[in-house]
Design a protein around this ligand. Sequence first.
Ligand SMILES: Nc1ncnc2c1ncn2[C@@H]1O[C@H](COP(=O)(O)OP(=O)(O)OP(=O)(O)O)[C@@H](O)[C@H]1O
Ligand SMILES: [Mg+2]
Length: 351
Amino acid sequence: MNAMTTTTKETATGTATAAPVLEASGVTMRFGGLTAVRDVDLTVREGEIVGLIGPNGAGKTTFFNCLTGLYVPTEGQVSYKGTVLPPKPHLVTQAGIARTFQNIRLFSNMTVLENVLVGRHTRTKEGLWSALLRGPGFRKAEAASRERAMELLEFVGLASKAEHLARNLPYGEQRKLEIARALASDPGLLLLDEPTAGMNQSETRTTEELVFAIRDRGIAVLVIEHDMKFIFKLCDRVAVLVQGEKLVEGTSEVVQGDERVVAAYLGTPYEGAPGAEEAAEVEAAEAHAAAEAQEAEEAGDAAAPESAEDDEAAEADEGTAPEDTAPSDDTPAAGTGKASGADSTTEGDSK
Ligand SMILES: Nc1ncnc2c1ncn2[C@@H]1O[C@H](COP(=O)(O)OP(=O)(O)OP(=O)(O)O)[C@@H](O)[C@H]1O
Ligand SMILES: [Mg+2]
């Protein structure tokens, strides 16, 4: 962990003029009638840590899937260091983009070290099967690969667990192992999908240091996270996705101060927002109705105590309440299920 000394957002070079590593332009992803990502442009430059935030179901993971070739975008294109990427995961990895997954994808019955070695196969001539079957070519290249993998485990703080089975690592360490595995492909850009999900505070702080250290190694980072403290501390720039569209993009300060972002998260309308006027009218009408009900109740109380029949009616009403408030289709947490569908594609593809 000695590499993790940088704790500021200062980059080695000014980022405004640095060369673009990733350029996504007009990326749109439709699933049948649903547009999960709509016309999104995003650039990540050398030396940058860029954040991608937004409420559940905003399209963040779908956007990552479009960047990495898991999904073929309905429209738009993605370039890495000036070259348009073909939408094929292994070609994207080979070009220099690595990622971690919202739902951890590790070979759980392999050791920690083996997981990193598998991540390295795109950069060795021998390939995945040779690595798994331990052919002669693999053994020759093995020493160098092991050394590199151990260095990466050291870097993420897992060297002492190299021989443990991946499935026996605590959750937070599995996330770090995923990062080590991603780094093993020697990327120029690392995409992290919720790297601190499920971590405690101290693990989250170490992960912050780790992301700074990755950037200091010359790897640009694009990170999705719901932990705003983490995002605003780390990122040179933050883009906000809401319902598939990029709502705002700017420095942490700009994004934090934008009332539309707050509104998007809280689900409250902001001044001038579409529907704000109607919402205000509804609110006023509701307040008026509540005041009237209160008055009526006070008048009723004064006239006569509640009858037993009224109580029964109230109970019956309560009984129907849960159905009325059942979660709708767009309730958060949709992300997990379908992301795993995408992930299984990856596993198939990594062969
Ligand atoms: N393969 C798919 N088929 C159909 N719909 C999909 C598919 N993948 C994603 N979606 C839909 O696209 C929308 C965006 O989902 P996505 O997982 O990208 O959101 P997210 O911003 O990553 O959310 P979270 O913060 O919960 O992870 C959701 O409505 C989701 O149901
Ligand atoms: Mg997601």
